[in-house]
Design a binder for this molecule. Structure first.
Ligand SMILES: [Zn+2]
Length: 428
């Protein structure tokens, strides 16, 4: 418990010797998404968090997979070490990056396996955006907003001007980049010129260097707001993430196991529930789907996507494409070869981070996807334990990818990534 100075991060280990296989788990929820297992929006507790990304399933399936491997080790059927990584705060923070460095808890890992709840059954061949998460804090001077506003300098003005500048910058970003913010502090009352204001930004792009470039431009926008408002700026860097690197050797083993096991099977009640819930979900965006589904697979794909619960194991689609979301799983893939997949835990087309995802994450639909994921994880780990040459193959591909893409991993180079601000983190 408490690895990498994070009280809710942990590592569990079983077995001896090589190979050493890591299974990654996440368990954090999202604010304001509390929801009961009903096909209408209805919080379990108003304003409370909910599992809009299904991480209750994500963390638990990993434990299931690891326990099955433990049984096989105890029965003398396989040799090696299985490790479960309890990785907190994936949504807002980069716990995995800190667990690698300076935490050092991934050091002896040969390969790692993870998964994510989704609305298809598939291996993860697409990458995700690299990202920075940063607070911009502005400081001005208070004054009576009516009686003597000339004596004040508004930190909120600075936040607003920064956002205006950032929104004009959008036109001149690469199309795949993403920029979004929330104002986390905006003053206390309209009649007090706000002395403190704060805005939280996410900056995302397919490649790490693109995030760095865009972030440097965003800092200039913030400095421009300081000049205009005569305020002071503090930048509070939370974390940076890498884009995930895919490993075909591990993913192919996962894919074969998924095909052998078959998709999760849902009963009549679950199908009826999903049918009802799907009415609240926007229709499939065909333009987006056409980017990843080849023309000869289109008709069949659309037929499966009309179902409330995706009924088959999808062929790997979208290799070389980048999903706009981000994950700290990326950092692990810059340190060890990583395999990843998804199983059906949500209705087809369900938006990410939604109450619909929570509804199916806390009932049979999500639970079946979770059990299937646990089986896939355990079979994949067992196969790598039984075939050490597969581990060598996965690592060879890992090194080849770095060479081909001219990537330099700060973790492997033995340096702390320059964007990590570990020393500044304060825990309760
Ligand atoms: Zn997630």
């Amino acid at each position: 418990m408490g690895v990498a100075s994070m009280p809710t991060a942990f590592v569990a280990s079983y077995g001896n010797g090589k190979p050493t296989i890591a299974v990654l788990g996440e368990y954090d929820a999202l604010p304001g998404l509390s929801q009961v297992a009903e096909p209408i929006k209805k919080p379990l507790k108003e304003g409370a968090p909910g599992h809009g990304c299904g991480h209750n399933l994500l963390g638990t399936a990993g434990i299931g997979g690891v326990l099955a491997v433990k049984q096989a080790i105890d029965a003398g059927k396989v040799k090696g070490t299985i490790k479960y990584y309890g990785c907190p705060a994936e949504e807002i923070f980069n716990a995995k990056g800190y667990m690698i460095s300076p935490g050092g808890v991934f050091e002896d890992i040969d390969i790692s396996i993870t998964w994510h709840p989704g609305w298809t059954n598939e291996i993860a061949v697409q990458s995700n955006n690299a990202m920075n998460s940063v607070f911009f804090k502005f400081y001005g001077k208070t004054a009576h907003a009516a009686a003597d506003p000339h004596k004040g300098r508004s930190a909120l003005d600075a936040v607003e001007l920064m956002n205006v500048g950032a929104n004009f910058m959008r036109e001149h970003m690469i199309p795949d980049a993403r920029l979004h913010y929330v104002i986390t502090k905006g003053g206390l009352a309209p009649n007090i010129v706000p002395a403190e204001a704060e805005v939280h930004y996410f900056v995302r792009s397919p490649e790490r260097h693109q995030v760095d470039e865009l972030y440097n431009r965003l800092k200039k926008v913030a400095e421009g707001a300081v000049l205009m408002t005569e305020t002071r700026l503090e930048i509070d860097f939370i974390s940076g993430l890498y884009n995930p690197i895919r490993n075909k050797v591990i993913n192919n083993v996962i894919y074969e196991n998924m095909r052998n096991l078959g998709p999760p099977k849902f009963n009549k009640d679950e199908q009826a529930f999903a049918q009802e819930l799907k009415k609240t979900v926007p229709p499939i965006d065909e333009t987006e789907m056409k980017k990843i589904v080849p023309p000869d697979k289109w008709e069949r794909a659309m037929k499966n996507l009309q179902e409330p619960l995706f009924p088959v194991i999808s062929r790997p689609l979208g290799e070389g494409k980048v999903e706009a979301s981000s994950t700290d799983v990326g950092d692990v893939s810059w340190y060890t070869p990583l395999g990843e997949f998804g199983t059906v835990c949500h209705v087809v087309g369900s938006p990410g981070h939604s109450w619909q995802n929570v509804a199916t994450s806390v009932m049979g639909i999500g639970h079946k996807g979770m059990i299937k994921a646990a089986q896939i994880i355990s079979l994949t780990a067992l196969e790598f334990m039984n075939n050490p040459e597969l581990v060598v193959k996965a690592r060879t591909e890992f090194e080849k990818t770095f060479k081909e893409k001219k990537y330099k991993s700060p973790f492997i180079e033995g340096q702390k990534p320059p964007f990590h601000r570990f020393k500044n983190i304060e825990f309760e």
